[in-house]
Design a binder for this molecule. Structure first.
Ligand SMILES: [Zn+2]
Length: 467
């Protein structure tokens, strides 16, 4: 499959250049001011060409609960989330489609889905997500969200000596499930990868982490986990290990260049040095962190330490959308309030680079995609600069990041295959998807949660809140 984009605008260090791009066999074959048409001709006039971004952390099935969960911190929010998780593989399929579609419409060509599994239908859950991602044509890295401890154990005990019930699955069962999923679905050459993704230190045993390290080494898989999203987790690590979570994961050998760590809000300076040494990536999810009151990740400190950063939307129930451009905008401006020296503030071009290159590097794919250079995979996005939200003619990257772009993506390709054309998905019927989504659920303002009722008293006590 060959095509040539003519006369698109491409950012260069000095500003912008109008260029032609030839794509062949899924890769960028040539970039120059004028090139002969090879294959289909695409008119890029008044359009901005960028590499596709990576939605570097999300949970697609949270889509079903977006807009619904009240103002709670993570630990209680999770209680309600788990209580009402979707239970049908058909829903997993639809929410994966919707997550992929919103990602594509906001400039993403890769989605990293930390996928919540339906109990008893774990393999069917992964199959449904894989089906959706293949169908819509997005590149996907799927990490079945596994853990082997109960939600209540994820909250610090604070000397209360709470009794913990056993978890429904053993560590061995969880790991053998992973082996099945890897054997059935890991197909990087087809744009679908499986990664190991224990949910986090709060709900996982050391044996589960060790088993994941082993699988990652045996099958060359990326590693992914939540890390120090809340202050409660910082305390829990001290209770559980007598050291920080980062020190503990480092000792276990979990951190390396293919490890991506979602959130990373409550790290010490020595934790930051460890991350820098190991080459692990921090995935920044600013919307979720604000929504759940988790804190503000010290992104400038990470950049100064040389740590790679990627940007994620996080699941739609703590966001409550999947608009990558919104996450990029917030990543670009949120930290200005914590950093008095404006010379450290992010430029829009740097935010774009983090979302594309940083995202690819976090998946060990920095040499294959994330930049507009010859030989790179053709994961490309054309933004329509004639849309009202991207007018007038100023700095298109500045406006794309700092403005409020609407219907900005005109075309998108994944490995040279067109997945968005004229602002519409090419491989699925968007109207049909909306109709299918409408068939589920009810309009409701709130719902009582048994989990929150059970956990709230203890949570308030250990966090020093009024009873
Ligand atoms: Zn998450």
């Amino acid at each position: 499959m060959q095509f040539t984009i003519h006369q698109a605008l491409m950012p260069i260090p000095e500003g912008y250049q109008t260029i032609d791009v030839q794509v062949s066999a899924g890769k960028i074959a040539a970039i120059a001011p004028q090139l002969p048409t090879q294959g289909d001709a695409i008119d890029g006039t008044n359009q901005l060409l960028l590499p596709g971004f990576v939605n570097a952390h999300t949970h697609s099935s949270e889509f079903w609960q977006r807009g619904l969960i009240g103002p709670y911190p993570l630990e209680l929010w999770l209680g309600e989330l788990h209580e009402f998780s979707p239970l049908e593989p058909e829903q997993i399929y639809l929410s994966a489609l919707a997550t992929a579609l919103e990602t594509l419409h906001s400039g993403g060509t890769t989605v990293v889905d930390h996928l919540v599994l339906i109990p008893g239908q774990e393999v069917a859950t992964v199959a449904a997500a894989v089906h959706a991602y293949r169908e819509i044509g997005i590149r996907a890295v799927i990490g079945p969200l596994i853990y082997d401890q109960t939600l209540a154990q994820g909250i610090p005990d604070g000397g209360a000596n709470r009794k913990s019930e056993g978890f429904a699955y053993t560590t061995t069962e969880m790991l053998s499930l992973m082996e099945t999923v890897i054997a059935q679905f890991h197909a990087p050459e087809q744009g679908i990868e499986i990664m190991v993704a224990p949910t986090g230190i709060q709900l996982c045993s050391d044996d589960l982490f060790k088993g994941c390290i082993d699988l990652s080494d045996r099958f060359a898989l990326c590693r992914h986990t939540h890390l120090l999203e809340t202050q409660a987790q910082q305390r829990l690590a001290q209770e559980k290990y007598g050291c920080t979570a980062v020190e503990h994961l480092h000792r276990l050998g979990f951190l390396n260049q293919r490890t991506a760590l979602a959130h990373c809000i409550w790290l010490t300076d020595s934790d930051i040095s460890i991350l820098a040494q190991t080459g692990a990536t921090v995935v920044h999810n600013p919307l979720s962190n604000l929504r759940l009151g988790s804190g503000i990740a010290p992104i400038f400190k990470y950049r100064q330490a040389g740590i790679n950063i990627a940007i994620g939307c996080d699941g739609a129930a703590s966001n409550d959308g999947q608009d990558l451009l919104e996450a990029i905008k917030l990543s670009a401006i949120l930290h200005n309030i914590t950093e008095p020296d404006y010379r450290h503030w992010l430029k829009p071009s740097e935010a774009i680079e983090i979302a594309a290159q940083g995202g690819a590097q976090g998946l060990g794919q920095g040499q294959q995609r994330g930049r507009l250079t010859e030989g790179m995979s053709a994961d490309l996005v054309l933004y329509d600069l004639t849309q009202l939200s991207l007018l007038p003619k100023t700095n298109p990257v500045g406006l794309l990041v700092l403005g409020r772009p609407c219907q900005a993506v005109r075309m998108a390709w994944v490995q040279g295959s067109c997945v968005i054309d004229q602002g519409q998905a090419t491989q699925i019927d968007e109207t049909r998807l909306r109709q299918d989504l409408l068939a589920y659920g009810n309009w409701l303002a709130h719902r009582p949660s048994t989990n929150i009722a059970q956990m709230e008293t203890h949570y308030r006590q250990i966090m020093g809140l009024e009873p």
